[in-house]
Design a protein around this ligand. Structure first.
Ligand code: SAH
Ligand code: DHB
Ligand code: MG
Length: 222
């Protein structure tokens, strides 16, 4: 597979789609600015991918959403906005500083009351949730450390029900380059192979145009 991509054309296409389908949004834009001010990395999903997450949550009729990797709450806000009243997003984050920024951002966006941020190692939090018999989720979005994606998937399966939609971000970035032997790429490739062969999942990867070529995996639990 080619390991170069026409970034200029990608930005043009992404910009065209964004201008047409993703209205400017003061709360989301301010949230990104505040995250940058606080020194958080600029690795939120793109506006178009945020809209895609929002649409998936609506298509799935999701009421309970689990997110692994909160950062500044950008994707969290998109997901929370898709929920009916009484809906809930539980989002897991390692860094207290990120959680603090995210809390301010989801509150400003008007979805604070439906967002619960749990701080800690996501694997620990997920194991706790399983042990406590947490009610299953309708949509699970995996977007934290790439080396743990397979583990997040396995734990997510125990917080899912038949029909749960499991999405994972960044599943194409760098993975097709022959030289991508770094541990993130290995983690992602392992994840992709697991979802491709999993007896309880039906899956596909949707290529996503961001600042570069990336992908979102889509799996539905049998
Ligand atoms: N979903 C966000 C971006 C998440 S970036 C958005 O699109 O807006 C990945 C986040 O995962 C970072 O905030 C990072 O601190 C967090 N993270 C990394 N390792 C983690 C771990 N082991 N447990 C929980 N969160 C983790
Ligand atoms: C990185 C992580 C992400 O989740 C993302 O969407 C983009 C970049 C990163 O770790 O570089
Ligand atoms: Mg990501």
């Amino acid at each position: 597979m080619p390991d170069t991509f026409d970034d200029r054309m990608a930005r043009q296409v992404d910009g065209y789609i964004e201008r047409l389908f993703v209205p400017r949004d003061g709360a989301l834009e301010q949230g990104l600015k505040d995250a940058e001010q606080a020194g958080l990395p600029a690795i939120s999903v793109s506006p178009s991918e945020g809209k895609l997450l929002y649409l998936f949550a609506k298509i799935a009729g999701a009421r309970r959403v689990l997110e692994i990797g909160t950062l500044g709450g950008y994707s969290t806000t998109w997901l929370a906005r898709a929920l009916p009243s009484g809906g809930r997003v539980v989002t897991l984050e390692l860094e207290q500083k990120h959680a603090d920024v995210a809390r301010r951002n989801v509150d400003r966006a008007g979805v604070g009351e439906r967002v619960e941020i749990r701080v800690g190692l996501a694997t620990d939090t997920l194991r706790d949730m399983i042990a406590r018999g947490e009610e299953p989720f309708d949509l699970i979005f995996i977007d934290a450390d790439k080396t743990a994606y397979v583990e997040y998937l396995n734990l997510s399966m125990r917080l899912a029900h038949p029909g749960t939609l499991i999405l994972a971000d960044n599943v194409i970035r760098r993975v097709t380059a022959p030289a991508s032997a770094d541990e993130d790429s290995r983690g992602i490739r392992a994840f992709n192979e697991v979802i491709a062969a999993h007896p309880r999942l039906e899956s596909l990867i949707l290529p996503i145009i961001r600042e570069n070529l990336d992908g979102l995996s889509i799996s539905i639990v049998r």
